[in-house]
Write a protein that binds this ligand. Structure first.
Ligand code: SF4
Length: 374
């Protein structure tokens, strides 16, 4: 029987999982299926799908008239898990989630609600038609749905923009109003997280799959070599404040850091004296890195038309954007209680390092701390 387009668009949906279950039940039977000569084209499509995520091409949907097409996404996951390269997995999660996000924009409201409920167990309600919403307070009329705050919080903290912080949202008896585009972002963000969190034990693969794995492996190694981020010297990075250190590490690991985080890191690196080429090099591993765009953005941040170039955001702004790991309780550095700006942290820590000061607790003995991170 033919598959529905939605089963192919949304591999995490309950309908896609049902269709998969009819064809295969575990990794071993999946591999057996893929080795069947009838399914060799499925392996080819899976390889192409992974390749698209490396080169940032749009993911093509397989033919819905062939029930075995449900295996393409699974085979693509199998190839990536077998290679076990974190940057490849980041590329795949990013590309798959982008593809889902694109399709969700054209789905009906009722389908989105169904997808949220059946795939993730989220509670989502429609706020009614446009005519019905005219009876709502003006502020809430542009929201198409409401979602339980617990479900909102499963994904929203992964996005750093201010509008994803629960404190900046309207909250009504535990329900958060969201626009259609925001709900799509939550769904695709959840899917991305599911890919990043999943681990598949992949046994030795038969010949055809092994050949696909080898070709993708060569491709990703070449991409990693070409996009090897510029590694900053240990002297520079040891003086980084925790916030900048975290964004820098995420960039090197090929994670897709938020726009605000990129801006903070780029402006910071430019201010401490790195040139545009070096700063761009740091972002090379990003799954959505585009040379010309990155160059334009970094040049703009450093632009003289913006005076002496943009100043990186201060601690308050970083905290507001959920980019301060100290305020989030993830790490601790006593200097953070004293400074109000990441650059002030860097200057003080550089000075300490130059003097060989290793006891960073001297700020805590100061009577007046300049900021409370509690
Ligand atoms: S307190 Fe300031 S310098 Fe320290 S990690 Fe947070 S934002 Fe960065």
């Amino acid at each position: 029987m033919a598959l529905s387009i939605q089963q192919l668009r949304y591999p995490f949906s309950s309908e896609a999982r049902e269709a998969l279950f009819k064809v295969t039940r575990d990794v071993k039977s999946l591999i057996d299926q893929l080795e069947d000569p009838m399914n060799h084209d499925i392996v080819r499509q899976a390889e192409e799908r992974v390749y698209s995520s490396i080169v940032q091409d749009e993911i093509q949907l397989p033919d819905h008239n062939n029930p075995a097409s449900i295996l393409v996404y699974q085979a693509a996951r199998l190839i990536v898990e077998r290679i076990d390269e974190p940057r490849l997995k980041e590329y795949q999660a990013e590309a798959e989630s982008k593809s889902v996000n694109k399709y969700l924009a054209n789905e009906s409201d009722s389908y989105l609600i169904h997808l949220c409920e059946s795939a993730f167990g989220w509670a989502v309600k429609s706020t009614g038609t446009e005519a019905q919403r005219t009876k709502m307070p003006l502020l809430l009329r542009s929201f198409d749905f409401r979602i339980r705050f617990e479900d909102f919080l499963e994904v929203a903290p992964l996005f750093h923009a201010w509008n994803w912080k629960l404190i900046n949202r309207h909250l009504d008896s535990g329900w958060v109003p969201v626009r259609k585009s925001e709900l799509a972002r939550l769904i695709s963000g959840k899917f991305k997280q599911l890919i990043l969190d999943s681990r598949i034990e992949v046994p030795t693969l038969p010949r055809r799959l092994t050949e696909a794995v080898e070709r993708i492996e060569t491709e990703i190694r070449g991409k990693i070599r070409k996009t090897e981020p510029v590694k900053l010297s240990g002297d520079t990075t040891t003086a980084f404040p925790p916030c900048i250190g975290q964004i820098h590490e995420d960039s090197l690991a090929g994670k897709n850091v938020s726009h605000e985080a990129r801006f903070a890191l780029a402006a910071f690196l430019l201010k401490i004296g790195m040139d545009i080429r070096e700063v761009m090099g740091v972002f090379k591993a990003a799954p959505d890195f585009v040379q010309t765009l990155a160059e334009y953005q970094v040049r703009h941040i450093s632009s003289k038309s913006a005076g002496e170039g943009y100043t990186p955001p201060g601690c308050k702004k970083m905290q507001g954007n959920s980019l301060c790991p100290v305020a989030l309780g993830e790490v601790f550095d006593p200097l953070c209680e004293y400074v109000l700006h990441p650059l002030a942290f860097y200057q003080t820590r550089t000075w300490e390092l130059s003097k060989g000061i290793v006891d960073h607790g001297w700020y805590t003995r100061k009577k007046r701390k300049r900021q409370s991170l509690k």
